[in-house]
Write a protein that binds this ligand. Sequence first.
Ligand code: 5GP
Length: 192
Amino acid sequence: MRELEEKILAEGRAVSEDILKVDSFINHQVEPALMKRMGEAFAAHFEGRGITKVVTIESSGITPALMTALALDVPMIIFKKQPSKILNDDLYQTVVTSYTKETSYELTLSKKYISENDHVLIIDDFLANGEAATGVLRLLRKAHATVAGFGVLIEKSFQPGRAKLEEQGIDVYALARIGKMSAGHIEFLPEK
Ligand code: 5GP
């Protein structure tokens, strides 16, 4: 998506060769009109696939997921990060290793909100190593739901996330794909 690429070039900041800060329009301050257009782009790409729910992980996935769910006119579900390992029969739980924070967290989903009747679209802000998305897939499998695809605002294509998801048969769609970056320099790959 040209508009997102231009925004990343104007306001994104590569703090190293593998971490991009986009705090001024995605992760800290949010630009609603751009988010709305990005949600509509996901909805247009995945339209007609029988999606019943859009899911995401708190917190940065919530805004793009909400805009996508609004455009598809389906509910959105937030998978929660919980620090403790308290077992709870009402929840599906799995451990995920966080890319940016180098820590692990418990990802949880209430059994109430996803069932075997659901065909789910996963939305997130970044795709790096694919750990967060793989955690979501584990929980969706526990719930016996099927997966329509994974939509992400920014894919760092030099990291293995896309390959990991495609190996599991997941259709990955990224609005911006970064092939290479370093301080002051960002190169994009064609959208896919
Ligand atoms: P993964 O699980 O694919 O390794 O990492 C995805 C998660 O880590 C995303 O949900 C995002 O929150 C965070 N993340 C990964 N890479 C970056 C990055 O370069 N910048 C920011 N702001 N977040 C990132």
